[in-house]
Design a protein around this ligand. Structure first.
Ligand code: NAG
Ligand code: NAG
Ligand code: NAG
Ligand code: NAG
Ligand code: NAG
Ligand code: NAG
Ligand code: NAG
Ligand code: NAG
Length: 491
């Protein structure tokens, strides 16, 4: 019974009261993406969520597009808070702006805070800064050993097919270009801006990179009619043979503290960090191009961080563990968790009424509901059999639980059938991510108090895993995270 209690199923009187009254409030700075005055930023990561080396002339890979719309005079004006000089800042600029960092990794983290200070919007219960667009390349130079292994210093090892690298320098940051948001249209009423770029440093003409099969490319465009509707974020990206593993997400990160996958303070949009089981995520998603068979398209990706003893993370990469759960909606993604491969199934499937089904219960366990589960590399009491997660792709150890459309997720508002929400099926979702994430299995040391599950990163997007010349394209709008009003007031 000891292990069973980690499938926590709280049903407190308070929760009941709130559910009965159904009073929710937004947890993010711009509920539903409706505010004309936008705040958006971009960050680039290498395989272990760091920078390594900046691209000469492009500065540290953190940039922002933040402005207020001023319409007091007859002519509408945009007041930008971050200029080209800020966006181009890099480690060679020393302590300009009060940024003080000894290397490119630390510089990027500090620059994010610098940009956050420029963009921040006063609000209750605390200020917020920006949406975060994340681009990441999965290339890893195994011989360089720059990525730690489960948070500890790693040793060089020979190249492996699971870690693409075309040779020295394969972990470079992308070239990132920026079209500042400006006014368009006949009556200057349309706002539009974008970030775009490529990892191919020799792509001297970015417009060629966009069209050519042999170069990587991404663009993210945001558009809105002043005073009407909401922002529409259009995402596009393409892999190449040199950069066959790329990721692009739109994130609502915590406005302070450690977000999932980081070991330093971040800035973001979630002025209240959602906590299981009491939150919902709403958005509209239209997938135009899927990214091929190895595209892990996340209808929802949630990231949190707690130690194996259930205590919150504190930035100590050796004992911190990032925890991720994702619903992959690419219908080509198969369930790797099967009765023959139990090591890729979470030990238990938990039903919301409290029933737990062990993965050896072939009659009742919903194998098809799981793509895979992998255990934290630093966990000491994992039930056999298991597979540890990739030890390199985060600054600390990680645990990943990936789910697939299946009837068992229907009660949380998630798709129940393969193909739900995929190309040709644009939908507005209201996902009970809070209740679902409370029911999911995550490893904890025996006898420790169950972790409070906080989710400082809530994202949408895709990672195309090791396949060249694949294209993904999708549109996100109306994004919001809501939490019960009463809980927030009582806290
Ligand atoms: C100016 O902006 C405010 C706030 O967004 C809005 O309420 C108002 O209608 C706008 N005025 C004009 C003339 O567009
Ligand atoms: C930062 O460094 C770059 C490259 O040396 C330089 O072009 C730029 O002017 C510097 N920016 C500031 C604000 O000093
Ligand atoms: C920058 O950091 C170094 C080393 O931590 C410290 O000696 C120096 O005073 C700092 N400078 C500023 C401007 O904070
Ligand atoms: C500006 O033009 C667009 C497209 O023609 C129209 O939808 C919008 O209502 C106009 N806005 C204003 C403020 O006149
Ligand atoms: C950026 O602006 C340039 C110049 O107006 C334009 O040619 C290009 O298409 C824009 N790119 C994106 C991704 O918006
Ligand atoms: C983004 O890139 C794609 C592919 O090149 C292109 O079709 C699209 O027009 C680009 N978006 C913008 C706004 O330039
Ligand atoms: C890119 O590759 C696709 C599929 O192989 C092909 O149809 C297309 O013509 C190629 N485009 C270019 C510009 O080479
Ligand atoms: C929980 O639900 C399952 C499936 O609907 C059912 O078989 C089981 O009896 C229920 N358990 C309780 C305690 O209600």
């Amino acid at each position: 019974m000891e292990k069973l209690r980690f499938c926590v199923l709280a049903f407190s009187l308070l929760e009941f009261y709130v559910t009965a009254r159904e009073e929710y409030m937004s947890a993010i700075g711009d509920p539903g993406m409706r505010r004309d005055s936008l705040r958006v930023a971009i960050e680039a990561w290498n395989q272990c969520n760091e920078v390594g080396e900046e691209v000469a002339g492009f500065g540290s890979p953190r940039m922002a597009d933040c402005f207020d719309v001023h319409n007091s005079t007859s002519q509408v004006k945009l007041l930008h808070m971050v200029d080209e000089r800020d966006n181009k800042l890099g480690v060679s600029n020393g302590s300009f702006g009060g940024i003080n960092a000894s290397n490119a990794d630390v510089y990027a983290a500090k620059k994010e805070i610098y940009l956050g200070d420029k963009c921040h919007v006063q609000d209750n219960p605390r200020p917020w800064q920006f949406w975060m667009i994340m681009v990441k390349s999965g290339n890893m130079d195994t011989l360089a050993a720059t990525c730690p292994e489960n948070g500890k210093k790693s040793m060089p090892f020979p190249p492996e097919s699971g870690f693409p690298c075309f040779g020295h320098g394969c972990m470079n940051m992308p070239l990132i270009y920026h079209n500042y948001t400006d006014l368009r249209g006949d009556n200057d009423s349309r706002l539009k801006g974008s970030f775009y770029g490529t990892w191919d440093l020799d792509a001297n003409q970015i417009s060629k990179a966009a069209m050519s099969n042999s170069t990587s490319y991404f663009n993210i465009t945001w558009e809105k009619e002043i005073g009407k509707g909401g922002w529409v974020f259009h995402h596009f990206f393409k892999t190449s043979s040199n950069y066959p593993w790329l990721m692009l997400y739109l994130r609502s990160d915590a406005t302070e503290g450690y977000s999932g996958g980081y070991h330093y303070e971040t800035r973001g949009m979630s002025k209240i960090v959602p906590k299981s089981p009491d939150f919902k995520v709403k958005f509209r998603l239209e997938v135009k191009q899927g990214g091929g068979p190895n595209s892990q398209f996340y209808l929802m990706d949630i990231g949190g961080c707690w130690k194996n003893n259930g205590k919150p993370c504190d930035g100590n990469a050796i004992t911190d563990v990032t925890r991720y759960s994702e619903m992959i909606i690419n219908p080509e993604t198969k369930s790797w968790c099967t009765p023959e491969s139990l090591k890729l199934c979470p030990p238990y499937h938990c039903i919301s009424n409290g029933t737990k089904i062990h993965r050896t219960d072939k009659e009742n366990y919903p194998y098809g509901a799981y793509h895979l589960w992998c255990a934290p590399g630093n966990a000491e009491h994992v039930e056999e059999p298991y597979t540890p997660c990739d030890p390199y792709s985060n600054p600390q150890a990680q645990e990943i639980l990936q789910i697939l459309p299946h009837p068992v997720w229907g009660e949380y508002g998630y798709p129940t059938k393969k193909g739900g929400g995929w190309i040709g099926d644009p939908r507005t979702w209201e996902l009970d991510v809070g209740r679902l994430s409370q029911a999911l299995y995550f490893y904890q040391d025996p006898g420790t108090k169950p972790a409070e599950r906080h989710w400082p990163s809530i994202d949408l997007g895709t990672g195309i895993y090791i396949s060249s010349d694949q294209v993904a394209e999708w549109i996100v709008s109306d994004f919001d995270i809501v939490v019960p009003k009463l809980r927030t007031i009582l806290e």
